[in-house]
Write a new protein. Structure first.
Length: 188
């Protein structure tokens, strides 16, 4: 038998064994069980009232709205982190005339902003909220991108430790620094 014929026979044998192995795996099932569509997944987020600033001069959402929710950044429909604001993209509501520059950020918009922030990395967010000591807020894109420690089309928005950074990271850690949030609003 020629060397070429031996290689072809060897290849055919390997290919046949691979097809047999794939067929056997398909008929016997896989190692993982099928997902249960009725099993809930618990997602834990930071304090909603601190996000909205309820009872405070400013919350985290106000900072994000001012610095990130412009129509050319996260205030546009196609963004993974879509933010609504009084001066940018408005939440569609046929009952309310929501136009940029009109009324303040609505309760629906605040809820949508919160869901967008939590939904960006829900599993990692839950870990950070449940145990910020062992899962630092800095692991989240919400912190890394504005710091430009991970590529961010908008460039660096905050500097580690500045008021905007403290506003967000303190909220994620469970002790919102409302003074930092308020001061961060005064930076253009």
């Amino acid at each position: 038998m020629s060397r070429r014929a031996a290689l072809i026979r060897s290849f055919a044998s390997i290919a046949g064994a691979s097809v047999f192995a794939m067929a056997a795996a398909a008929t016997t099932g896989s190692c993982a069980s099928s997902p249960d569509p009725l099993r809930p997944t618990l997602i834990v987020g930071p304090d909603y009232k601190a996000f909205t600033g309820e009872g405070q001069a400013a919350g985290v959402s106000a900072f994000l709205e001012q610095r990130c929710a412009t129509l050319d950044c996260h205030g546009q429909v196609g963004r993974p982190l879509r933010l609504y604001s009084r001066t940018g993209l408005r939440f569609p509501n046929p009952d309310v005339q929501n136009t940029p520059g009109s009324s303040g950020t609505t309760a629906e918009e605040l809820q949508a902003n919160y869901q967008a922030v939590i939904g960006l990395e829900p599993e990692t967010m839950s870990k950070v909220v449940l145990d910020p000591t062992n899962n630092a807020p800095q692991t989240l894109l919400l912190v890394k991108k504005p710091r430009a420690s991970e590529r961010h089309k908008g460039g660096q928005i905050v500097v580690i430790g500045d008021d905007g950074d403290r506003c967000v990271t303190s909220w994620l850690s469970g002790a919102t620094d409302f003074a930092a949030c308020k001061t961060a609003l005064q930076v253009p």
